[in-house]
Design a protein. Structure first.
Length: 202
């Protein structure tokens, strides 16, 4: 029986920064995104806020191929951003930019997201997520979110379900950690008792 073939891909989100104020700045007027789409074969995309650009590798066979691809994307994005008179930054959030001052990207999909989630969407000024999953899990999540959007016209149930599953996973991790620690302590105590009994018998 042959081993299953897995693929890997990486997504990164970058901040577009004003070189003088170091504040977040919209990339719309500089036309960085259209140039990036052309240069990266449509692997650069907008995000909800105008000061965010997302890139994604192609589906790669292994981590070495993914690393090579993401480094190439970074180089291209840094060059294009510099040519557009801005800086590119990669960090989980900005140290002083306020979400109330950020413009939303002019796209119907993002308009609908903001309409559905309101403050939750606008305040979500973060620049990166880490996801780990397997094929069945990813397929289930994608199907569930799509079904929610089709039937209920909102992604909210999918977001709530994801949050609930995160809490459940965290609780299980804590529970297993405590049980594992208790088992380890019991084993150590049993070993020490056996050692003392052996010494007493001798």
């Amino acid at each position: 029986m042959s081993r299953p073939s897995f693929s890997i891909g990486i997504e990164e989100e970058y901040q577009t920064i004003d070189p003088e104020t170091r504040d977040l700045r919209s990339h719309i007027q500089s036309e960085i995104l259209p140039k990036a789409k052309l240069a990266t074969m449509d692997r650069a995309k907008p995000e909800l806020h105008q000061a965010v650009v997302e890139v994604g590798t192609k589906l790669c066979r292994d981590i070495d191929e993914a690393r090579e691809d993401i480094l190439d994307l970074r180089r291209q994005m840094i060059t294009l951003t510099s040519e557009g008179g801005m800086l590119l930054a990669a960090a989980s959030t900005h140290p002083f930019a306020h979400w109330t001052e950020q413009d939303i990207h002019p796209d119907e999909r993002y308009k609908q997201v903001v309409e559905d989630l309101q403050l939750v969407a606008r305040a979500n000024l973060v620049f990166g997520w880490v996801f780990a999953g397997h094929q069945l899990g990813a397929a289930t999540a994608a199907f569930g979110a799509g079904l929610s959007r089709t039937v209920l016209a909102t992604y909210l149930p999918a977001f709530f379900a994801a949050g609930a599953l995160c809490l459940l996973a965290a609780g299980l991790a804590l529970l297993l950690g405590r049980r594992g620690g208790g088992a380890a302590r019991a084993t150590a105590m049993a070993t020490a008792t056996a050692s003392r009994n052996t010494q007493a018998g001798s």
